[in-house]
Design a protein around this ligand. Sequence first.
Ligand SMILES: C[S@@+](CC[C@H](N)C(=O)[O-])C[C@H]1O[C@@H](n2cnc3c(N)ncnc32)[C@H](O)[C@@H]1O
Length: 362
Amino acid sequence: VTPLEKHLKRRIALEGPMTVAGFMAEALTHPQHGYYVTRDPLGAAGDFITAPEISQVFGELVGLWLAEAWRQSGSPTTANLVELGPGRGTLMADILRVAKMMPGFEQAVSVHLVEASPPLRGKQREALGDRAVTWHDSLETVPDGPTFLIANEFFDALPIHQLMRTEEGWRERVVAVQDDDTLIFGLSPGASPLVSLVPPDVRDSAKPGEIFELSPVSIAIMRQICSRISTGGAALIIDYGHPESATGDTLQAVSNHEFADILAAPGSADITAHVDFEMLARAAREEAAVAFGPVAQGSLLTRLGIDVRRQQLSKRVAPAQAKAINSAIGRLIGPKEMGTLFKALAVLPAGAQTPPGFEEPA
Ligand SMILES: C[S@@+](CC[C@H](N)C(=O)[O-])C[C@H]1O[C@@H](n2cnc3c(N)ncnc32)[C@H](O)[C@@H]1O
């Protein structure tokens, strides 16, 4: 029994079954026993690997995108460069390296990292050397001003509620303790008030047994991002997820690069859910920002010139290394790997021009 499981059982004994969102928040970011708070989960020896850890080309192209967005917004002389959930700091290090290619950009930006994990803050410090950086628990404390923001595999870690359509109406999925003292999924006895947030077409068409996932925290953070960039800036959100709001149970646990039981050892496995990009784009529009995409990660990186970069890098190295570069890039853009499941959404102030790699909004 993990220390977090003990804590969750105590909480459930006192307060009753908890929502999936409550469970996810505790499992990932409980201040002593949360998964992210107690470890660096990335890399071959960890639990999972992310795009910036697969190839430097990912961060380089994201960096050029952000620098170009800065130029397109009039090259403000002071601006925030913000990353949500920066992992090991690899992506930000790659961004800052290519940022030097855009005259004035690197000097204009101050770097702000929103990170819940103390061990990962330590890794970020190492990755960024002596570059001045400010850490934040949330976006709220980042100073005002034009903001250029990247979030890669951040939204998938934010808590979701799971609402289930039953013959009796919509119920909320909860985590309870069963007789043998293990955790188990159950359903709330009454209707869930969150149903009013389910898009009407989904609410009307869902069949008994189907689940709709809803992340009010994601919507709130998206709104914060948009209200920030309404005075200048741009945000690029990359994650796995679906382009349109739909039913489906996407909650998953991953440990040691394999799927794991979600409830078996809370605090010791990563727990994520697919991002609902339609919901994020709608939140952006409600804040009077303009959302572009989502486009598939493979298409975005291809349009941003990943093939040219592949050729440049491959020219200077031995054949075995060129093969490794090729295979890493294949993982990022291959339709059966990360190229299609992962998607990118760009958010800009209303009236801004279309950012590189995206098309006019419909
Ligand atoms: C899946 S990792 C992605 C890391 C990095 N972006 C990358 O691509 O390698 C998720 C990151 O978000 C952070 N994180 C998760 N939940 C968070 C929260 N509620 N607030 C701040 N950071 C959070 C984690 O500590 C970690 O740095």
